[in-house]
Design a binder for this molecule. Structure first.
Ligand code: 13P
Ligand code: SF4
Length: 368
C-alpha cells in the first residue's frame, strides 16, 4: 500500500530554526602516535609484492595506473599489520580500496555485524561517518578511525534527534524504525534500526499496525509496498539514488531487450518499477553472482559496478554512473595517513552511545 503520511522539517512549526544534525565528531590524531611516512616509490620489489593484488583489479584499473597506486597499497597493508588494525570497506569504495587493502567488505548490515567479531584493537572504517559510528557503537572499547570525518550522507543529514522527538509527540505510541543511515543521536531516539537488507523484516517484527520509518522516503515507499503495516515516512532522500530516472532504464531496455536491470531500494518508485530485481548492495552482488547475466545495468553508486566487474569480468556492465561524493572522500592517501597518525578517531558520548547501541543491537539480534 502507499505510505500513510510523510513529514519533514517544514511540518513542525515549533522545530528549532537553523538546526543541523550533531556534527561529525572525530578527534584529531593523538600526540606522539605518529609513525614516519614510508617510501612510496615504485620499485621492482613493490611490483613483485603487489602483483597478486593487481590480478584482482586488472579488469578495472589500467596497468598504466598501477605504479601510482601500488606503493601506497603496499604501505597500507604493512602498516595494518604493524598497528594491529583491520580495514572495513563498504561496497561503494573504489576497487583499489575494496579489493586491495580491505580485510572485510560488504553492505552496511554486513559491516555492522562483522564489526562485532573483530579482534583487532583498531578499526579503520572506509565508508561514511554513520558507518564508522555504528562500528564504534558496537565496539566501544576499540579505536575506530575514519580517514576523513567529513564523509557524510544526505540521509543522515536530513534528520536530527529533536525531529524524532517531535514525530513521537505527533504520533504517541507509534514505534519508530531508523535506517542505519542516521547519526548516533537519531539512533538513540528510536526503537530499532534497519538496513536496506532487512527493512521489511524489522518493520514487521514490531507487530504494530503503524510504524514511523525514517529518514528515507523512497526506502519507506518500497517497504510500504511489501507489507500491510501502515508506514509514516520522513522527507529524506539519498542524493545519489534519487537522481536515477525510470526513463533512463526504459532507454537501456529499448536498446537491448535482453538486458537485466537491478536497483537499490533508495531509488524512486518509477525506477524500481523498471527493475528486474531490487535489493541492498549485498543482495545485488549475490544476485549477479548467482544469475551471471550477460548484460547488466546496476542502478546504484557506480564504484560497486567496478567492484563486481573486477570479480566477474564476463558480465558486461552498462553503467549510468552516479558517484557518492561522501564515499569518495575516502582515498588510499588518507587511509595511509589514518594508519600513520591514528586519526581521525570517532567518538560518541557514552550515555548517548548506550541508547543508540540498543537500537542497533535489537536489529542484529532479530532472528532471520
Ligand atoms: P547498503 O546497506 O545496501 O549497503 O546501502 C548503504 C548505502 O549507503 C546505500 O546508499
Ligand atoms: Fe548516503 Fe546515498 Fe552516499 Fe549511501 S550513496 S552514503 S545513502 S548519500
Amino acid at each position: 500500500m502507499p505510505i500513510t503520511g510523510i513529514y519533514g522539517p517544514d511540518d513542525f512549526a515549533d522545530r528549532p530554526q537553523g538546526q543541523t544534525p550533531a556534527s561529525h565528531r572525530a578527534a584529531p590524531a593523538r600526540p606522539g602516535a605518529a609513525l614516519p611516512m614510508p617510501s612510496l616509490e615504485w620499485t621492482p620489489e613493490v611490483e613483485r609484492a603487489t602483483a597478486p593484488l593487481y590480478e584482482r583489479v586488472k579488469h578495472v584499473i589500467p596497468s598504466i595506473e598501477w605504479p601510482l597506486l601500488a606503493p601506497t597499497i603496499k604501505a597500507i597493508n604493512e602498516l595494518k599489520q604493524a598497528r594491529g588494525a583491520v580495514i572495513l570497506a563498504h561496497n561503494y569504495q573504489a576497487p583499489e580500496i575494496f579489493h586491495c587493502v580491505a580485510d572485510i567488505g560488504g553492505d552496511s548490515l554486513q559491516l555492522a555485524v562483522e564489526a562485532t567479531k573483530v579482534k583487532a584493537n583498531i578499526i579503520v572504517q572506509c565508508g561514511v561517518h554513520f558507518m564508522a559510528e555504528t562500528s564504534k557503537l558496537l565496539n566501544p572499547d576499540k579505536t575506530v578511525l575514519i580517514p576523513d570525518s567529513r564523509a557524510g550522507c544526505s540521509l543522515a543529514a536530513s534528520i536530527t534527534g529533536a525531529d524524532v522527538r517531535l514525530l513521537r509527540e505527533k504520533f504517541p505510541g507509534v514505534p519508530v524504525v531508523a535506517y542505519v543511515n542516521t547519526s548516533a543521536e537519531v539512533k538513540a531516539e528510536v526503537d530499532i534500526c534497519c538496513t536496506s537488507s532487512n527493512a521489511v523484516q524489522v518493520v514487521e517484527s514490531l507487530n504494530a499496525p503503524t510504524v514511523i520509518f525514517l529518514p528515507d522516503r523512497y526506502l519507506a515507499t518500497y517497504v510500504a509496498s511489501k507489507t500491510d503495516v501502515k508506514i509514516i515516512a520522513w522527507k529524506g532522500a539519498c542524493e545519489v539514488h534519487e537522481r536515477f530516472k525510470g526513463e533512463e532504464l526504459r532507454a537501456f531496455r529499448e536498446a537491448d531487450p535482453t538486458v537485466q536491470i537491478i536497483a537499490h531500494p533508495e531509488c524512486p518508485p518509477d525506477v524500481l518499477a523498471e527493475a528486474d530485481f531490487t535489493g541492498s548492495t549485498a543482495h545485488m552482488i549475490n544476485w549477479v553472482r548467482e544469475k551471471r547475466p550477460r548484460r547488466l545495468v546496476m542502478i546504484t553508486e557506480c564504484s560497486m559496478a567496478d567492484n563486481v566487474r573486477a570479480e566477474l569480468p564476463d558480465v558486461e556492465m552498462l553503467r549510468p554512473c552516479n558517484l557518492c561524493p561522501h564515499m569518495k572522500r575516502i582515498t588510499l592517501a588518507n587511509i595511509l595517513e589514518s594508519l600513520l597518525t591514528l586519526g581521525e578517531e570517532v567518538t560518541i558520548d557514552p550515555a548517548l552511545a548506550e541508547r543508540a547501541r540498543r537500537s542497533v543491537e535489537r536489529m542484529i539480534n532479530l532472528k532471520n
